[in-house]
Design a protein around this ligand. Sequence first.
Ligand SMILES: [Zn+2]
Length: 170
Amino acid sequence: MEGIAVVSIEEVAQRNNLRLYPTSRPGQFKAHCLVCGDKGGQFHLYVSSNKDTFFCHKCGTRGGAVAFHAWVKGIDFAAAKAELYPQGQNRRPLHPAETLTPQQRDEMGFIVRKPSPIAPKGADQKEWNRYRRRVLDWMWSEWLAYERYKRGQTERLLQLLERAGRTAAS
Ligand SMILES: [Zn+2]
């Protein structure tokens, strides 16, 4: 799936109008289980945006983002996958920072996770969207700066090697 953005479990929930309720733990949401029919203040379903997984503590339904889409819509896994990745592509317009892999983010020492598309508890969604955009812009500019730095290092190394080669030859 290289080069293709993964559809997050939060995005699957948004697409299906399944409301996720933020909890006190970052990246952890609670929701009403569609099987158990819990209502009001009862939440059996837990959704992790860190791991892109869901789990119902009562009926044991669990899985990843594609399985979540299949479960919410009542379709099979293959159909869910085809819907989320039409012709192997995710058509959602992406911010370039969203295409950075976790390895690339690790490489430049980012400990900040990509901000969730869903506003945390008590935050205004519109304000959160603006904040998210700013963080993604910042991540992307940091990545470009890092790439320039890496290119600079490589050029300097090549110059040194070249000079060393000339010294050895003379
Ligand atoms: Zn359940």
